[in-house]
Each structure stands twice: as structure tokens, then as C-alpha cells.
Design a protein around this ligand. Structure first.
Ligand code: INS
Length: 337
């Protein structure tokens, strides 16, 4: 039988997940949708399958016809929904960030520990992107020797003028904070964030761009550029410097045009398209896990460690110092078998 999924949050990513759960991934049915905006829930519910609209997120979680929950609502609502899913002993896929503060993530970790098992998978989809998987395989092969440094960039074409620096850090920078832990198989030790000259396109409450320096527990040092109004497209860059060479993400585009004395390649315009394959892969693995009664993939601990680092980045901007972000030893529940 198909896994019966309840979706909380029918915005950009919620709608996209509903589409892939209904049309791309086999073995899943979206049976219930909740959104703060009921008309939004209705649109998504009827577009893909005839799912019920449930006016309250907690009722959706408790509904006997819902086997598993996808939380794709606004970030500040994640913690309460995930805690409710754990209390109902239902598998839950939660979009990043797991919670908006490290303290909130820790409450989720503690709830799972109290049950002695995992329920939560966090939507760190970059771990499933073919290009990043290629980077990681290259690192594992040892060809460039021990990694020493990494240069990362995370560029969004534009963001709403109301976006605040702390939200951008919690929502966007969190990807890199998870990525470096996964790539280098170690925890973050310390974070420092620097705000320089501001892009005039940034809203009044946003420092854009930011430069963030991350020191891993192994002393690998990573610089991350976070640009939020770069204009030209949605662009992710990564280059790892090792003892014997470097490995980097190449252009994702299969073609290049040479016309009128210029070379041109298209650039992705949205994270939905740039990471489409990664989203498909993470969610299909989750559905397979749920149908087999397993929980794998990015955990509540990963959610905690990444948000501890984004909290540290925000604190570093305020204090103008490096801020410690080491999460401690991985609890037994979260150790890989
Ligand atoms: C989105 C999404 C994207 C990220 C954006 C963020 O919610 O997580 O992957 O690049 O900055 O706002």
C-alpha cells in the first residue's frame, strides 16, 4: 500500500514536494494538506490529487489516515509541528531549518532521545545533488590529498525587501553549514561572519552580501559568500583545495553557445530547478524508508549542528568576534551504524 502523506505548508517548496510525491515518486499519496492560507491548501490539494484540506496542522498530524508528515511551512512553525509528529510517533520529513534556533533543534533531539528512536529527517537536499556527490567521491578517493580549504558561494537572484539578516542566515546559510559537515565528515568548531559594503538592492534589514569563515574541528577552513540579490541567477559554487590539487563544481549546463564574439551558458534561475534531482532523490529515499519502517538521512542532530552554526554566524555579526559552534559528541542514537 502507498504511504499516506500529510503535507503542512503549501508554499513554494510544499507545492513542489506535493507535485513530486504525486507524479515523480512511486509509493506515496498526498492525502491531506494544511496551510495557514486555506485557499492555498485547496489549490495544491486539488491540483495533484484529491487530498483533503485540514484547517489545523496538529489535527493533520493526528489524523488516523496520515501515515507520515511533510513539514514545509514557515520556518518558525517547524519546531512545534515536528515535536507533535514525534509525540504521535509518526515519521516526519522537515524542511530546513529544523528550527530557527539551536535551542529549538535541541528540544527535538531530546524528544527523539526520550523515545529512544528517530522519527525526523531534515531536508538538506544538497547531500543528494549529483554534483556535490561527485565532489565528495573525489575527496574520498584521496586524489587531492587532505582537504585544507574550501571556497563556497551561495547566490540568490533576489529576495523580498523585508528579509532580515538573521532570517537569511537561518534559511540560506544553513545549507552550507550542513554541507561542510557532510563533505568533510567532521563538526564545525567556530564561525565568524563579516558584513562589508552593502548591495544597494538589499532591503533595510538585510546585510547583503555576507562573508562567513568556518573552522572545522579538523582545522579545515571554509569561506562562504552569501549573496541574496546577485541578479543574474541562482548560482552555487564550491572549490576544495587539497594538498595536491583542487576539485570544484563545474558548470551544470550541458551546452555553451558561441555567438557574435561571445561564449554564453545559461544559469539556473531558481533553486527549484538547480536542485530538482536532489529533491527527487531525498524524498524518494524518505518514502522508501517510511514504507520499510526505517529512518535514515539527515537527522535532527544534523539539523541541530547546522543551526548552531547559523546562530553563531548571527552572533558573530553582532559581536564582531569568532563564535564557538562545536555541538559536542554525536549522541549514540545518531551515529551511523
Ligand atoms: C530557500 C532554499 C534555497 C536557498 C535559498 C532559501 O529556502 O533553501 O535552497 O538557496 O536561499 O531561501
Amino acid at each position: 500500500r502507498s504511504v499516506r502523506i500529510g503535507l503542512i505548508g503549501a508554499g513554494a517548496i510544499g507545492e513542489d514536494h506535493a507535485r513530486r510525491l504525486s507524479t515523480v515518486i512511486r509509493g506515496a499519496d498526498v492525502v491531506a494538506v494544511h496551510d495557514v492560507d486555506p485557499s492555498r491548501a485547496k489549490t495544491v490539494a486539488t491540483r495533484f490529487r484529491d487530498a483533503r484540506v485540514i484547517p489545523d496542522g496538529n489535527s493533520l498530524i493526528g489524523d488516523p489516515d496520515v501515515d507520515a508528515v511533510v513539514v514545509a511551512s514557515a520556518a518558525p512553525t517547524h519546531e512545534a509541528y515536528v515535536l507533535a509528529a514525534i509525540a504521535a510517533r509518526k515519521p516526519v520529513f522537515c524542511e530546513k531549518p529544523l528550527a530557527t534556533t539551536a535551542a529549538g533543534c535541541l528540544r527535538i533531539v531530546e524528544a527523539e532521545k526520550a523515545h529512544g528512536r528517530r522519527f525526523v529527517r531534515v531536508g538538506f537536499m544538497r547531500r543528494f545533488d549529483p554534483a556535490y556527490l561527485g565532489l565528495k567521491a573525489e575527496l574520498r578517493s584521496g586524489a587531492i590529498g587532505h582537504p585544507l580549504l574550501a571556497h563556497l558561494a551561495h547566490r540568490n537572484p533576489a529576495v523580498p525587501s523585508t528579509l532580515r539578516t538573521t532570517d537569511a542566515i537561518a534559511d540560506s546559510l544553513v545549507h552550507e553549514m550542513d554541507l561542510v559537515r557532510w563533505l568533510f565528515d567532521t563538526e564545525i568548531r567556530e564561525v565568524r561572519a563579516v558584513a562589508g559594503r552593502r548591495n544597494a538592492k538589499a532591503g533595510p534589514d538585510l546585510h547583503d552580501p555576507l562573508l562567513v569563515l568556518v573552522r572545522m574541528a579538523t582545522d579545515v577552513v571554509v569561506d562562504v559568500e552569501l549573496s541574496l540579490n546577485i541578479g543574474y541567477g541562482y548560482h552555487i559554487r564550491a572549490e576544495i583545495v587539497g594538498e595536491n590539487g583542487t576539485v570544484a563544481l563545474a558548470s551544470e549546463q550541458p551546452i555553451v553557445r558561441r555567438i557574435s564574439g561571445e561564449e554564453r551558458r545559461p544559469v539556473a534561475q531558481h533553486w527549484k530547478t538547480r536542485f530538482a534531482a536532489a529533491y527527487d532523490a531525498e524524498l524518494s529515499e524518505w518514502v522508501r524508508d517510511v514504507s520499510q519502517g526505517r529512518v535514515s538521512g539527515p537527522s535532527a542532530w544534523d539539523g541541530y549542528a547546522a543551526t548552531l552554526a547559523t546562530d553563531a554566524a548571527a552572533e558573530s555579526l553582532r559581536s564582531d568576534t569568532a563564535v564557538a559552534a562545536f555541538p559536542g559528541d554525536v549522541p549514540t542514537l545518531y551515529r551511523e551504524p
